[in-house]
Design a binder for this molecule. Sequence first.
Ligand code: ASP
Ligand code: MG
Length: 475
Amino acid sequence: MNPTSNSVSPASFDGERRPTVMKFGGTSVQDTAAFARVAAIARRQSARSPLPPVVVVSAMAGMTDALLEAVRQALEQDTAAALDGLEPHFARYSEVAESLTGGAAYGDFVHALYAARERLAQALETMRAYPGTIPPLRDEVVAYGEQLAATLLAAVIAGDGTACRAVDARTCIVTDEVYGRARPRWEATVARTRQALGPVLSAGVIPVLGGFIGATLDGATTTLGRGGSDYSATLIGAALQADEVQIWTDVAGIYSADPRLVARSRRLETLAYGEATDLALYGAKVLHPRTIEPVERLKIPVSIRNSYDPDAGYSMITSVSGAPPGSILAVTHRPGIAAVHVRPAGGWLAASALEEMARILHAHGVLVEHLAASRLGLTATVEQGDAIEAARRDLASVGDVHLAADRALLCVVGNFGEDVITLHPSLSEALAAFQVTPLLPHPSAHARLFLMAETDAPPAVQALHARLVEPADTL
Ligand code: ASP
Ligand code: MG
């Protein structure tokens, strides 16, 4: 996808006006009180701007996991058990509808829920009978979490007479056919999003869409990968040339370290697109790593806000770095990493070893974070899990395989200048007490990446934060 493509008009949907996109995550809509808060936030935004906002909503917290579990149960046991497991979650949606909607809107939601149950039962049965249908039907099943949330939130917002209605996200976001982690087709998405949402916005109505879901050109339901609602929001924002994409969650921004780990961590008031992406890639859970991709070139700002405390402040992500030259912005870590080392079984590695290793890892769907090669061996840093275990057997054809499990990636984000080879001495000093391997070249001018034992990573984050972030010194 390419948001800068010349064939796409850079103007907004009607050539002048720019809406705000507001995305609410699963914890922001986890119960009745949360829905009420979100409705108030959306109405407030609508009342103070000339154009209504576009609202993008996740499934209620826990619903996506429950739907995936239902698929697993249907395939391994039976459909009835799978559907039973979903009932407590349907009850949570119903409770919200009962408390916050009334009249025809309540009746419509009860009907939507009834139709969802019917269709889910059918889809789960079909998957059992015809395994070939599993990938597309799994996406169709999982999409119900967001679809029901969008229908419900639209009814709740409209409850006080605010003009608002649900729009099926599948009429906006067009993707490829890679079920479970579909990639958007940019130009089709722009065209359809403008077509579907432009008239709604022009009529002064708030559109509410489910995040995370899209459709192929043929109309089959797809999903964008776990946590993908953030990505939906920026895709919609880019397509409409939004003035801002607001990601509403349960924390008021991105912090200099995980606040549960570092009590003195502070909110980053501003950070650059690349800085936010690196933090998302290497451990900060607030943002899906692809979120920034659609909006960066268009310079649409993205803010991270707290739906539980809307006036608490926020982080603003733009093209301006949050770190003065030489300063450290944030420290994060990502556990669950393994390092696979392949040594020559005798003599040298074959000239084709690197290519062969990359091919095997790719074939097993192993995402490589870092790859280092020398004549004496190859080391790939990857996500731990079944995929790498399976790839390990095939890698024996390349050389002797050694797998170091339970590692973590430690990421330091700051303003280091253009040099991606040198490790700055103050970082080495702050990390002297830990066994760390710097992964060179550094991923970018603003990120430094280290591999270390998983158990060492939390104290290393604390040590780095105390020495390099809290004093706000420069390197
Ligand atoms: N509901 C989806 C998930 O749990 C997408 C999202 O919340 O962003 O992964
Ligand atoms: Mg999320």
